[in-house]
Design a protein around this ligand. Sequence first.
Ligand code: HEM
Length: 518
Amino acid sequence: MEIVAYYLVSFLLTITIVIYAWKLLDWAWFRPRKLEKCLRKQGLKGNSYKLIFGDVKEFAKSFEDAKSKPLKVSDDDICPRIVPYFVDTIKKHGKNCFIWIGPKPMVLITEAEVIRDVFNNYVLYQKPKSTPLTKLLAQGVASYEEDKWAMHRKILNPAFHMEKIKSMVPAVHLSCTEMVRQWQESISTKGTSCEIDIWPYLQRLTSDVISRTAFGSNYEEGRKIFELQKEQGQHVIEAARTLYIPGSRFLPTKKNLRMKEIDKKVQAMIRGIIDKRVKAMKAGEANTDYLLGMLLESNFKQIEQHGNKDFGMTTREIIEECKLFYFAGQETTSVLLVWTMILLSRHPDWQARAREEVLQVFGDGKLEFDGLNRLKIVTMILNETLRLYPPVDTLNRKTTTNTKLGELSLPAGVMLLFPIILLHHDKEIWGKDATEFKPERFSEGVSKATKGQMTFFPFGGGPRICIGQNFSMIEAKMALAMILQHFSFEPSPSYTHAPQSVITIQPQYGAPLILHRL
Ligand code: HEM
């Protein structure tokens, strides 16, 4: 009997090992080779597959090389620095090409109409799964698919309607006033001008804005939450730079333990704010002029309408959405502002035109929502900055089944890459001066500038377009208008022009400018 059991266990063990060995071989070799054959048959070109690593080593090296070479201050042709490997691959293989992200091929998609189709067809083309470590940072609507995505997006949408954003404007004003006061104080210690590295200030500004607008009167607590989220983000970026080994997150390393500790603390703090707010709501004294309040209200309505909790978000899911607001909305808006100020410092004519407009609309008085919507020159400048320095430089998706996309027939499991920045800098689309700062391109709005094509999409597109785009544009207009009211600025001799891609496009060595008090 014992011998039979022994043989049975050995047999099962051998079968299990064979199955896993086959799966591993299939993942590392047979599947990539099959996909490669299929892509080449479609006329797509790329390097031959290299076991497990694909192009990852060359990819990382090209980033490191590009990072070590700053640009001339006047050079806005930043693609070779931001997406060096894609630029090189296109040079080598043409626009119809693919690269290997480990054992997965990723096809570059540069045709505007094809990009639009993919964005609109959000069930067929889904977001690639993030690693468990990235999930610790934030999940929420940005990472869900199909019905779950649709339900969360429906609940979140009302919180981002224009009239709701309008009610958040005083909070944005408060944060901007605080930053302007700090700059005025720095200047007054030096006379009428001084050099300020505006980058850390703008990061603090957008962090402050999202804490106030997300958590209302719980803003101090919100700030602590987001400080922890910021630290979590740094750990995740570090982890993303190394190859992720499945299961390694369970090892009790110092970093893993800290990341879990942060996650627990953040969850407990947001849960505390939610509990307070639910109590206030029950007592009939809740104020909803902040994102979390609106979200809870919208969630409550959704559940009430269907009479079923399954139609709403759980507390855990609401916590994830709050974490996502910070992750998605803070750095993106601060980089939009930093590049706008750097560009305006180099283009005093546009700086003067924007200031003239701001003074015409507001004088030196208080900025308010309706006036911000009348700032035409400022909007043109922000759009041109988003074109040249899109905060998010690339987006990706994957095919979920065998799919016909434009001229291509793609098998399931192929990654698609939309290089936003390459389309924004394409001379065939924008003309010979594509890499020059010319806000006049947008003088008649975005759809005239793009002739209705999907050639300018800093906020993505289709049903999954950025939910916070109006929020961030109002925030950026408010900050820029207030800065223009109080200061003029020019590049500092100590500024090094080195845009680098760290999830968003950031100034590698900060952004020191000379600020003059007006
Ligand atoms: C200049 C500022 C911003 C830029 C350039 C930006 C860019 C983007 C882009 C490109 C996407 C699409 C991602 C994809 O399709 O894979 C996106 C999605 C998203 N953004 Fe933003 N964003 C900005 C500000 C904000 C703000 C302020 C918030 C919230 C407070 C926010 C929240 C989100 C969310 C929740 C999504 C996911 C939407 C969904 O999947 O349905 N973003 N953003």
